[in-house]
Design a protein around this ligand. Structure first.
Ligand code: SF4
Ligand code: SF4
Length: 108
């Protein structure tokens, strides 16, 4: 009986090693959700919009508010109605930040 090659040499170890080598998986650790306490009005929209019920985005004061429940989906950043109150940074560089979208709404 002929055995397939992957029955002798398991490819799983190699795949795991590749996964941990490539940057997207390393970049996750460098990605942070941050809050500017001076710009936050404590409106609470971010906390209500979070799909994983992460609370640090609302409860923590300023700085890095990433927590274990946070999946960095950026929904809170999109819904926060105050410019630069929330942002997502990769290696210290802002890639997405909240906007003053309430002031831009035209109801006429
Ligand atoms: S939505 Fe923005 S302004 Fe409102 S509590 Fe959250 S971070 Fe603060
Ligand atoms: S980035 Fe997503 S998961 Fe993280 S706190 Fe904001 S809404 Fe919740």
């Amino acid at each position: 009986m002929h055995r397939r090659i992957f029955c002798r040499i398991c490819p799983l170890g190699g795949l795991i090693s590749l996964f941990s080598t490539f940057t997207p998986f390393k970049q996750i650790a460098l990605t942070k959700l941050t809050k500017n306490e001076q710009k936050c009005t404590k409106c609470g929209i971010c906390k209500r919009a979070c799909p994983t019920q992460a609370t640090a985005v609302y409860d923590k004061k300023g700085g890095d508010v990433t927590e274990s429940k946070c999946i960095l989906c950026a929904r809170c950043v999109e819904i926060c109605p105050y410019k630069d109150a929330l942002s997502i940074k990769i290696a210290g560089q802002t890639v997405i930040n909240s906007r003053d979208w309430l002031e831009q709404t035209n109801y006429t």
